[in-house]
Design a binder for this molecule. Structure first.
Ligand SMILES: Cc1ncc(COP(=O)(O)O)c(C=O)c1O
Length: 417
């Protein structure tokens, strides 16, 4: 028997997830046989066509210009006031919803999700998200004594599965005081799917109805981690307007992160941004989440906040930022287009992709297919119902021909699509 001194609730936890595991194997092989001979489609960061991790130039310059104080100072627990203004502006753009809007600095988007689970659901509650979701959601729930529950994101016609969503929400509202819904849209990880404007309208009408006249709340969490690579800057933000003028028992908390939009992944900087028609709810939001920050990681990374602020307060730098993001948005789109075209050509099915870092190929036997591909030095991420390809990190040269290789592996393993 393996020795353990962990407390009962912590026994059996295991940190290395299958994404980092496959990434580590890909890197080890690349060391041995050369990067050109390995396709690593596991990484959720933008790599350029030469395989180098991208740090936006404007962000690099902002870091270089920081003063020692900006780098090392303890920041206020809630975050610097100018950072909080900047995240609200960066997040909503011209589509700021009506209502009380407050923000708290967090440790990336992960920090937002942690605080929401911790402060807006109860021990033992279900938390709702889509069947296609980022794996960390599950660990965050389990680690806090909650259970992640899944609705079907996409119906048989490739559209948002509103019927299934409604069923789950109705059931949860009938059982729980708060129903937390994490909706990773636009640019869903792992599919690249997004709710349309009409989908959001339907969702909001339904949510209003389901808690109308009840002492129950919906905590709606748009996780917009990939927002900045999901379309034209103002166009892709229009749905935020819909979160204004909602009833008090629908509380919106946007999970915002600088990880992707500012290429600050490892700097661990994000923000939770609330929208509510009620000032008390907004004030409580700041109080309880600031408290939880103090009780977990304390204050956030000063250097990251100040780099972000120093870009955002200078319109010329914001223009540079937008232009750089547009370049990478276009690059990722070109890679995705090559893959989808070839997939259609060779009869490989993929889930409806609109934008974002990942494309998913639905199938049974995902693990076996990934094992088979690894023999050809191709590293992808096996999920429960498919395989995830990170188009953000594989060059166009390496994407070319990939669909056929995946199709070959699917056929040789005898997986169904
Ligand atoms: C769906 C989704 N939400 C949120 C995040 C937030 O990540 P971070 O905590 O690095 O900001 C990620 C990052 O991979 C993600 O994929």
């Amino acid at each position: 028997m393996v020795m353990s001194v962990a407390a009962p609730q912590a026994k059996g936890k295991y940190a290395e997830d299958n994404i980092f595991g496959a990434n580590n194997r890909a890197n080890a092989l690349a060391e041995k046989i050369g990067v050109d001979n390995v396709i690593n489609g596991t990484v959720g960061s933008i790599l350029d066509e030469e395989g180098q991790l991208v740090m936006l130039h404007v962000v690099q310059e902002a870091y270089k210009a920081l003063t020692p104080k900006e780098i090392v100072a303890y920041a206020p627990i809630q975050g610097y006031p100018d950072y909080l203004e900047a995240v609200i502006d960066q997040c909503f753009g011209q589509s700021r919803p009506n209502g009380y809007i407050q923000a708290c600095a967090t440790s990336g988007g992960s920090g937002v999700l942690h605080h929401i689970i911790h402060n807006y659901s109860e021990w033992g509650d279900d938390i709702l998200t889509s069947d296609w979701h980022w794996g960390a959601y599950g660990s965050m729930c389990a680690d806090n004594g909650r259970k992640l529950r899944e609705f079907e994101l996409i119906d048989k016609n490739g559209r948002f599965n509103f019927e299934n969503f409604k069923e789950h929400v109705r059931d949860m509202v009938s059982k729980q005081y708060n129903t937390v819904i994490i909706m990773n849209s636009p640019a869903n990880n792992p599919t690249g799917f997004a709710l349309s404007s009409a989908d959001w309208d339907q969702v909001i009408v339904f949510l209003k109805d389901v808690v109308k006249g009840q002492d129950k709340n919906i905590i709606l969490v748009p996780d917009v981690a990939y927002l900045d690579y999901s379309g034209e800057k103002q166009e892709c933000r229009k749905f935020f307007k819909k979160f204004g003028n909602l009833p008090e028992n629908i509380f919106v908390i946007v999970a915002y992160t600088c990880s992707k939009g500012f290429t600050m992944y490892g700097q661990r900087m994000g923000a939770m941004i609330c929208v509510t028609p009620n000032k008390d709810i907004a004030d409580e939001f700041v109080a309880i989440n600031q408290y939880t920050s103090r009780a977990t990681w304390s204050n956030s990374n000063s250097a990251a906040m100040k780099s972000m602020v120093n870009i955002c307060k200078d319109p010329a730098k914001v223009a540079e930022l937008d232009a750089e993001r547009a370049v990478y948005f276009k690059l990722i789109k070109e890679r995705a287009d090559i893959f989808m075209k070839e997939a259609q050509h060779c009869g490989l099915k993929y889930l409806p992709y609109l934008s974002g870092f990942f494309i998913t190929i639905p199938m049974t036997e995902a693990q076996r297919v990934c094992d088979e591909l690894e023999r050809e030095h191709i590293f992808l991420v096996p999920l429960k119902k498919g395989v995830r390809l990170a188009v953000c990190s594989v060059s166009k040269k390496k994407i070319a021909g990939l669909a056929a290789k995946i199709k070959g592996a699917v056929d040789s393993v005898g997986a169904n699509q």
